[in-house]
Design a protein. Structure first.
Length: 327
């Protein structure tokens, strides 16, 4: 069965709030959780940014069985890849099998600029991303690793290992990145886009070497008691993500994101968020996602109404979606 997971948005909620939401999500029937990993929120309206690695240990202790995943940047700015590997191995040793994957991305200045290093081009960031993945894999295998470029490592070795290390999957928003990721990643995760774009991303990943590897989807949606409230929730909390990917990679502060989207209107949000109060519309869209081959789908209700969303989807959407999920 495909996993239908809950997305724990650290940009929007304090870690203590999220602990309650992931417990509720497990009780409601969500079968997995995905966490974001930010140093700063996208917008001052969101207002939070907890440390995901501390949260994961507490969240796994607070829940019974559900697996967790996250997307992180192991490229040597905020986290050296050796520390990312150590954090993941520690979680995996304490909670076997409950960190089955972590997605690796090339990063954004919003989170990585804090070290004061020069923010490089996408090409250089991808080079460092691949190096980070190689370093993490070597450490998960118990190797001692040293290298000079593009990320320095000096005789690093993990002394605490997980019996089953997490898969290293790639985060990709474009077919070009997806095709490149097919050559090194254990899987792929992307976000909701027009259906034709998603198809191209999956095909590119398969073409690049990802045949037979899993593909995951994070869905930004907005559900509320009526469409008007759902749209206002999306506009209030998620309009900062209407900024293009090329621009978003370079902005450093939440205030800059807020400034970059001053002309975004509530009616513009449909391009970025699936907005509806009707569970049938969400069910239909998610059913199409499953038909495209996504084996794990993580639902991010972008509004602040997390408890009603979790309870409503647990009762009205997840059971019906399970009937459409491939065995």
């Amino acid at each position: 069965m495909a996993h239908i997971g809950y997305h724990a948005s650290h940009e929007q909620f304090s870690p203590s709030e999220l602990l309650g939401y992931v417990k509720l999500a497990e009780e409601a029937g969500f079968s997995a959780v995905m966490s974001s990993d930010h140093f700063a929120p996208w917008s001052l309206r969101q207002g939070q940014s907890g440390f995901v690695w501390a949260f994961l240990g507490a969240a796994m202790q607070a829940t019974k069985r559900i697996p967790f995943g996250l997307i992180t940047v192991p490229s040597g700015w905020r986290y050296h890849p050796a520390l990312t590997a150590q954090a993941a191995a520690t979680i995996g040793e304490m909670f076997p099998g409950r960190l089955p994957w972590m997605a690796l991305g090339s990063g954004q200045a919003l989170n990585e600029h804090i070290t004061g290093e020069r923010w490089p081009s996408k090409e250089e960031r991808n080079e460092r991303l691949l190096a980070g993945a190689e370093i993490i894999r070597a450490l998960f295998s118990g190797e001692t690793i040293s290298r000079e470029h593009p990320i320095k490592v000096d005789e690093a070795k993990l002394h605490t290992l997980a019996k089953t290390p997490p898969r290293l999957i790639a985060g990709a928003l474009s077919p070009q990145t997806a095709e490149w990721a097919g050559s090194w990643a254990d899987g792929l995760i992307t976000i909701n886009q027009p259906r034709e774009n998603l198809k191209k991303i999956i095909e590119a990943f398969r073409k690049g070497g990802g045949e037979g590897k899993p593909v995951y989807l994070q869905v930004h949606l907005s559900w509320a008691e009526n469409d008007h409230v759902a749209r206002q929730n999306a506009f209030d909390q998620w309009r900062s993500n209407a900024v293009s990917a090329a621009v978003a990679e370079t902005l450093k502060l939440p205030e800059e994101f807020d400034g970059a989207c001053v002309k975004v209107r509530p009616e513009d949000m449909d391009e970025h968020v699936r907005i509806s109060a009707d569970p049938a519309r969400h069910l239909d869209s998610l059913g199409q996602d499953l038909e495209m081959g996504f084996s794990e789908i993580y639902l991010h209700n972008v509004g602040r109404n997390q408890r009603p969303f979790i309870e409503f989807f647990g009762e009205k959407v997840l059971p019906k979606l399970a009937e459409r999920s491939p065995a």
